[in-house]
Design a protein around this ligand. Structure first.
Ligand code: NAI
Length: 343
């Protein structure tokens, strides 16, 4: 009988996307797991060619395959096309954005013992994109939508994740003291859901206090669940706690579909130079392996990343500062080194 080959939608993306995706595919293939990559293009170059940055064929491919690995996509600021990332998450109802922040020994700047999971609501909040000028150039307004349905499923996801992964506590992060109605609803629903998980501790934290706590004692927290904007900001903060955007993986999860992508963006300042750190995308690939049920391969990839960081012989430019003796290598060489450390 032949080995299972996983058909995965592969979206290289813009900027450093194609480089970090190529590097990641090599590491994933080196695990021995077999992949049938269904390559689909989205982003700025596609927008010029096809008139839309997110052709229907990309969404259809993800619907058919169930799983996608995606590089970052550029979003124009202020004007231009709407975010492809927001478009994918909304079209496929990928309601939970999961961003683990794990301090690996050897990552410069990583706070020791940080092992956080940020679960961000991905479909509503301030990111519904309902904005308008009240008086042009004088006043503008944005709508923040919080629903019971979206709050309940994301908080439930956080508790289920905690249970499945041997975690002990979920913290709901909010600003219900000021946003009494919207975050008030989020918090009310979070409390109701928490009551159904007596085996997992539950606590609440106001967003500003949470940011301070995360800088002062990040090791004291476990799983965080947040509304969309707060989750976006806090997950980058947590990436900074464990070594920066170059090492922070992520996943967008729905009822049946999942899109895996690193936290970082397309980094146009370093694109095309073979200097981007592929680690975030490689760790994202490990999350995907675990989602596919390939737990052993996932653990081997994470251990290989860890071993390369611990040895500290080679590094990428973004991690260079605290490893003065390390040889700085490019994106593909870093991936090769990680692949060679697979047990
Ligand atoms: P960014 O994450 O692309 O870059 C921020 C800084 O981190 C830059 O100095 C960059 O060089 C560095 N950096 C990022 N990833 C790195 C890596 N793997 N290795 C080494 N250094 C790395 O954020 P920025 O500049 O705010 O956004 C650039 C574009 O990316 C924008 O168009 C934005 O909308 C888009 N973006 C896309 C995301 C996605 O597709 N999921 C997520 C975030 C931003």
């Amino acid at each position: 009988m032949g080995k299972t080959s996983y058909r995965i939608t592969l979206i290289p993306g813009d900027g450093i996307g194609p480089e970090v995706i190529e590097a990641t595919c090599r590491v994933l293939e080196a695990t021995g797991v077999s992949f049938d990559w269904d390559v689909r293009h989205a982003g700025a170059a596609v927008a010029e060619r096809e008139g839309t940055p997110l052709p229907d064929a990309v969404l259809d491919s993800i619907r058919a395959n169930g799983v996608a690995l995606k590089g970052p996509v550029t979003t124009p600021i202020g004007s231009g096309f709407r975010s492809v990332n927001v478009g994918i998450r909304k079209a496929l109802d990928l309601y939970a954005n999961v961003r683990p922040a794990l301090a690996l020994p050897g990552f410069p700047g990583a706070h020791p013992n940080v092992d956080l999971i940020v679960v961000r609501e991905n479909t509503e909040g301030l990111y519904v994109g309902i904005e308008h000028e009240v008086i042009p150039d004088v006043a503008a307004e944005a709508t923040r939508i919080i629903t019971r349905r979206a709050s309940e499923r994301v908080v439930r996801y956080a508790f289920d994740y905690a249970r499945r992964n041997g975690r002990h506590e979920v913290t709901a992060v909010h600003k219900a003291n000021i946003l009494k109605i919207t975050d008030g609803l989020f918090l009310k629903v979070a409390r109701e859901v928490a009551a159904a998980y007596p085996d997992i501790a539950y606590r609440e934290m106001i967003i500003d206090a949470m940011c301070m706590q995360l800088v002062v004692q990040p090791e004291a927290y476990d799983v965080l669940v947040l509304t969309n904007l707060f989750g976006d900001i806090v997950s980058d903060l947590c990436a900074g706690l464990v070594g920066g955007l170059g090492v922070a993986p992520g996943a967008n999860i729905g009822e049946t579909l999942a899109v895996f992508e690193p936290v970082h963006g397309s980094a146009p300042d370093i694109a095309g130079k073979d200097i981007a750190n592929p680690t975030a995308t490689i760790l994202t690939g490990a999350l995907m392996l675990r989602h596919l049920g390939e737990r052993e391969a996932a653990a081997r990839v994470e251990a290989a990343v860890s071993a390369v960081a611990r040895e500290g012989r080679i590094t990428t430019a973004d991690l260079r500062s605290s490893q003065p003796d390390a040889r700085v290598v490019g994106t593909q060489a870093m991936a090769d080194e990680i692949a060679q450390h697979l047990s």
